[in-house]
Design a protein around this ligand. Structure first.
Ligand SMILES: [Fe+2]
Length: 270
C-alpha cells in the first residue's frame, strides 16, 4: 500500500513571532522529524493550506527553509491565511494547475488523489471562508472525467461540511453544496481530507466520508457549539498518515508529544 503523509495548518510566522506562545517553525520541525523517523517510507507529503499565518513573503521563505529537511516529494495547496502570489514566489512545491491555482491530480495505484485550492482572494466568501470558483470547479470536473482509478481521495483546506464548531462552520467552504453534488454523482467512492478546523474530525456527509486533521502547531479547543473561530489551545501537534489500500483510503492520525512515548508489550494483551 502506498503511504502518503498529510500536514495542514502550518501557520508559519516571521522569526520571533509566536501563536499563543508557540513557534510554528519549531512545532513543524518537531512534527516533520517525527513523521520522517517513523514513516520515511512514505511516497509523498501533501500539505492542505494555511501554510503561513499572515501570507507574508518572509513567512513562506521561513517555511521553505524548514521543509528543506524533507527528502520526500511535497505538494501543497492554500488556505484562508495564505497569499497565492507570495506562496508561489517562495515555494517550488506549491501545486499549480494550468490556470495558476494550487491544484493537482495524482494517479496512485487504485486511487486518484485530487488537491483543490479553496483560497478566496476575491471576497466572495465570508472573511476566512473558502470558495471554489467556476474555473476551479471546471478543472475538477475535467479531472473526474479523465479519472480511471476506482477510488477517489479529495484533499482541500476548507471542509464542505459542518463540524459542530459553530464559529468554524460559519467560515467553511461557502459553495459546499456544489462541490458535494459533483463528488456525490461522479460514480466512485470518495473520501475528503481537509484542514482548517485544527481538530481531528471524521464523519459522512451524504455518500461522502471525510477526515479533518489537526495542525502541527495550535489546535481548536474541544468546545462544540457557539464560540469564536479564533480560539486556540496548546495541545500536541499532529499529522496524518494515509494508506492507499485498493479498497479505499485508510486514514491514521498521530499526535506528537514533547517527550517520546514509551512503547512496551503487555503479555496479557491481545
Ligand atoms: Fe488554520
Amino acid at each position: 500500500m502506498r503511504k502518503i503523509l498529510f500536514l495542514t495548518d502550518l501557520h508559519m510566522t516571521d522569526a520571533g513571532q509566536t501563536i499563543i506562545g508557540l513557534d510554528p517553525a519549531e512545532r513543524l520541525a518537531r512534527v516533520l522529524d517525527h513523521a520522517l523517523a517513523h514513516h520515511g517510507d512514505a511516497a509523498h507529503v501533501l500539505i492542505l493550506g494555511d501554510l503561513a499565518h499572515h501570507g507574508r513573503p518572509a513567512e513562506y521563505e521561513r517555511l521553505a527553509a524548514v521543509m528543506a529537511r524533507c527528502p520526500l516529494p511535497i505538494t501543497a495547496t492554500l488556505g484562508n491565511h495564505d497569499n497565492r502570489a507570495n506562496a508561489r514566489a517562495a515555494l517550488p512545491w506549491l501545486a499549480r494547475d494550468d490556470a495558476g491555482f494550487a491544484q493537482a491530480s495524482f494517479g496512485w495505484g487504485d486511487t486518484r488523489v485530487i488537491v483543490l485550492d479553496t483560497l478566496d482572494e476575491d471576497g466572495i466568501a465570508p472573511h476566512h471562508g473558502g470558495y471554489l470558483c467556476g474555473t476551479r470547479m471546471n478543472w475538477l470536473r475535467q479531472q473526474l472525467h479523465e479519472t480511471l482509478e476506482p477510488n477517489l481521495l479529495v484533499a482541500l483546506h476548507h471542509p464542505p461540511l459542518v463540524t459542530g464548531f459553530d464559529g468554524m462552520d460559519a467560515i467553511h467552504l461557502s459553495n459546499a453544496p456544489e462541490l458535494v453534488s459533483i463528488l456525490s454523482r461522479q460514480g466512485r467512492p470518495a473520501h475528503l481530507i481537509c484542514g482548517h478546523v485544527h481538530r481531528t474530525v471524521s464523519g459522512r456527509t451524504g455518500v461522502l466520508s471525510y477526515t479533518l486533521l489537526k495542525s502541527p502547531c495550535h489546535q481548536m479547543p474541544m468546545k462544540l457549539g457557539p464560540g469564536s473561530s479564533g480560539l486556540s489551545v496548546d495541545e500536541p501537534g499532529a499529522y496524518g498518515i494515509v494508506l492507499l489500500h485498493d479498497s479505499g483510503p485508510i486514514v491514521h492520525t498521530e499526535d506528537v508529544f514533547d517527550a517520546p512515548s514509551s512503547v512496551a508489550e503487555d503479555p496479557k494483551s491481545a
